[in-house]
Design a protein around this ligand. Structure first.
Ligand code: FES
Ligand code: FE
Length: 455
């Protein structure tokens, strides 16, 4: 562990005070911190880059950002996936300038260096002259490779070649994430390319909120109760539940499905079996026909939690929001949405909001269309919910620069004191009752750990 110090002598530990559980507001948009974050957080940890269903065929590619680094993600002949730096080793030009496509060879437009879709250097137009590929060995001229991992078809990568495995990175939270991402035989697919838009806000404003800030729902999203009649019209009930989290900074909010629906469906009847309950309220994205798959892929404890108190929103450190939402319809049908956002830093004052909408491959087409429609209405670029959230982030980014405001602190002292239910079936840190600050504080602890580690 090193002591990361800014040019005025302030340390990370000064900014994030573990005694008082406070974070100096300056930590949000200090430009000096941003460069350290790119190296120590985004240069080190596992990052979500997309879903393999975006590149189904050999030669397919997408381009994304890993922190501030552009990457090229390609499907190989053998079906595997490569993630590599999309930067030409000749003079640093971006090699592939498209968002997506199919190509056997990627040629840099500057001087024509060409690369196979696995990143190996092929050659440069030499016109009979000895330029490159003879002077230096070809093996030294390929694109820099990242370490990648597929999880439920989601593409993750890291520059930390010797660091923790992806499973170590998820830690105990994997038990919960498996319930969302690894629950059917064929897994998830992306319903089209992600929606993307830019917000004038620092990435941390969106990401510490994604670490399961349930408290803001009651005020910032109060229309959800008053107008959309979520939570039977009273959002207070959705403030209660169980929050799970880990010191890696990941978290989820597990909340009971709307009581009104469960009561109407005879859910409270203690004689119902797990299968019968699942058939009454299948988890988001699962139809009754798909239930045997769900039962095959998850343990009885995971299924029990899905019925009783499913994860509905949360985050994956450092920059992913997970939304796993039940949208009850007037006719009693429940539309389920699975959506993931990545908040990609684009400088200290700007982020790119990238919204992936996912469905189970095995779901009927009609179900996928409804899920897509509701995800577009609710979340992301055109959605109603995140217009609220994304209104606060730019304000915080700006206030954090004030000569006086930068020295005030954000407060995380609301600590859960209720012990976990004795029958809670899952691992990790468990916080029971009214939503508190614990999960977001754990996000800051994970951030602090990386910011204090060697680059
Ligand atoms: Fe790519 Fe020169 S920078 S070929
Ligand atoms: Fe919100």
């Amino acid at each position: 562990r090193t002591r990361t110090t800014l040019s005025d002598g302030t340390t990370i530990d000064d900014l994030i005070n573990i005694e008082t559980r406070e974070v100096q507001l300056r930590a949000i948009s200090d430009p000096e911190l941003y460069d350290i974050e790119m190296r120590k957080v985004f240069g080190k940890t596992w990052l979500l880059l997309g879903h393999e269903s975006e590149i189904p065929n050999p030669g397919d590619f997408i381009t994304r950002l890993m922190g501030s680094d552009p990457v090229l993600i390609t499907r190989q002949k053998d079906g595997s996936i490569r993630v590599m730096l999309n930067v030409c080793p000749h003079r640093g030009m971006r090699v592939c300038t498209a968002d997506a496509g199919n190509a056997k060879v990627h040629t840099c437009i500057y001087h024509g260096w060409a690369f196979k879709n696995d990143g190996d250097f092929i050659g440069a137009p030499v016109a009979g002259e000895k330029m490159h590929g003879d002077i230096l060995p070809k093996e030294k001229l390929g694109l820099t490779q990242a370490r990648s991992h597929l999880y439920g078809g989601l593409i993750f990568a890291t520059w930390n070649l010797e660091g923790p495995s992806f499973d170590e990175f998820l830690g105990e939270m994997k038990w919960y994430y498996d319930m969302l991402f690894c629950r059917t035989d064929k897994g998830l697919e992306a319903l089209g390319p992600p929606q993307r838009f830019t917000i004038k806000a620092n990435w941390k404003t969106a990401c510490e909120q994604s670490a399961s800030d349930g408290f803001h729902t009651l005020t910032l999203h109060r229309w959800l109760g008053e107008f959309a009649k979520f939570g039977d019209g009273d959002l207070t009930t959705s403030m209660y539940g169980t929050e799970v989290s880990s010191l890696q900074g990941h978290s989820l909010r597990c909340m009971p499905v709307a009581n009104k629906f469960k009561q109407a469906a005879g859910f409270r009847d203690g004689n119902l079996t797990l299968e019968e309950k699942l058939a009454i309220v299948p988890p988001p994205g699962i139809t009754k026909e798909m239930l045997p798959e769900l039962i095959r892929n998850l343990s009885p404890e995971q299924l029990g939690l899905l019925v009783d108190s499913p994860p509905q929103v949360g985050g994956m450190f450092p920059n992913v929001l997970i939304a796993f939402i039940y949208v009850p319809q007037p006719d009693g049908e429940i539309i389920g949405l699975t959506s993931l956002h990545t908040y990609i830093p684009k400088g200290p004052d700007e982020l790119e909001f990238c919204n992936y909408i996912l469905a189970e491959k095995d779901a009927p087409e009609e179900h996928k269309q409804k899920a897509l429609q509701f995800a577009v209405r609710m979340l992301g670029t055109s959605g109603m919910v995140e217009q609220d959230d994304s209104d606060t982030w730019p304000h915080i980014t700006q206030t954090a620069k004030g000569a006086a405001a930068r020295n005030i602190t954000m407060k995380y002292q609301a600590v859960c004191t209720t012990p976990p239910r004795p029958d809670w079936p899952g691992p990790a840190l468990v916080y029971e009752g009214f939503t508190k600050d614990d999960t977001q504080w754990n996000w800051w602890l994970a951030y602090r750990e990386l910011m204090n580690a060697p680059a």
